[in-house]
Write a protein that binds this ligand. Sequence first.
Ligand SMILES: C[S@@+](CC[C@H](N)C(=O)[O-])C[C@H]1O[C@@H](n2cnc3c(N)ncnc32)[C@H](O)[C@@H]1O
Length: 335
Amino acid sequence: MNSLTSQPLRKKSPEVEERQPEATFEKNTNLAVEPIAESQSRDEAVSAADFSNETESFALTEVQEIEINLLLEALYQMYGYDFRGYVRASLTRRILNRIKGERVPTITALLEKVLHVPGTLERLLNDLSIRMTEMYRDPSFFAAFRTEVVPLLRELPEIRIWHAGCATGEEVYSMAILIREEGLAEKTKIYATDMNEKALSAAQKGAFPLKKMQQYTKNYLKAGGTKAFSEYYTTDHQCAYFKPLLDDNLIFAQHNLVTDGSFNEFHVILCRNVMIYFANSLQQQVHRLFYDSLAAGGFLGLGSKESILFLPKGVDYEEFNPHERIYRKMPNLAV
Ligand SMILES: C[S@@+](CC[C@H](N)C(=O)[O-])C[C@H]1O[C@@H](n2cnc3c(N)ncnc32)[C@H](O)[C@@H]1O
């Protein structure tokens, strides 16, 4: 994986396989198209606030606006992290918090520290990347995936799933269990990416706090889980370890949705609770990336507060299950 401090980070991770379009839904013309239809508790607290205040604007002075622009420009030019197209209100709140955390008087002083004092960049990136997640988050999404999408995936000779913005991996292990229970594990590869290296290393470990297992078990059952959830992990006194049992088809790699390109062709892309932090034009750009990375007839799953409102020209989806935010790339009928 690339390191948080290496620069620039725009290059493709060597761990991500080259694009290899193979199994597509086009080959399965008989597939029925269903018509429309904490890691850290501190993070979670901040994130919950973010969701409700995403559009709330801050009364910044003109100078502060300029300082924020300069800080974002520096993050991009120096380190390759591009937050320039993110929703401003949320970014601003986080930057102002970091100023307090670093005990500096101004955004310019934070900028200087980010450029010259090791460790500052990592702390700022941690603040800017919101990692709130849980296993089977929105269980009804996973239940719909199991009953409506899986039967169509079953027809494919091989299946590639991309979790974009996987944070600490809870969503990825949830999917790995589901795929295994549906008997698809042997032909499925799950690619899990995030821009945040720290989150990604946690995801690779597949170890989640034991105290969360009660909630996750409830979510698993609501999501249509068919076994005793405890079959999927081993424990010590602090953590539940999922990795040894589910490792075979998981590939983790650092990938930035803003600056990195497409790296494979997928039958499913889940990007849940990530684009909510992107302004409209960045959402359009990332939708283009997903559309270009999906096989014809492939599925896109978004978070419960996200939608396909901001699609660029030429990108079109069938609303497969709009309530659960599951969309399907219009099958390409051109032969
Ligand atoms: C709130 S978490 C969502 C986790 C999971 N998808 C879920 O719904 O539970 C958002 C994740 O998106 C990642 N993220 C934000 N901007 C990104 C970008 N430009 N490229 C890749 N990942 C990004 C963050 O690092 C964070 O881990």
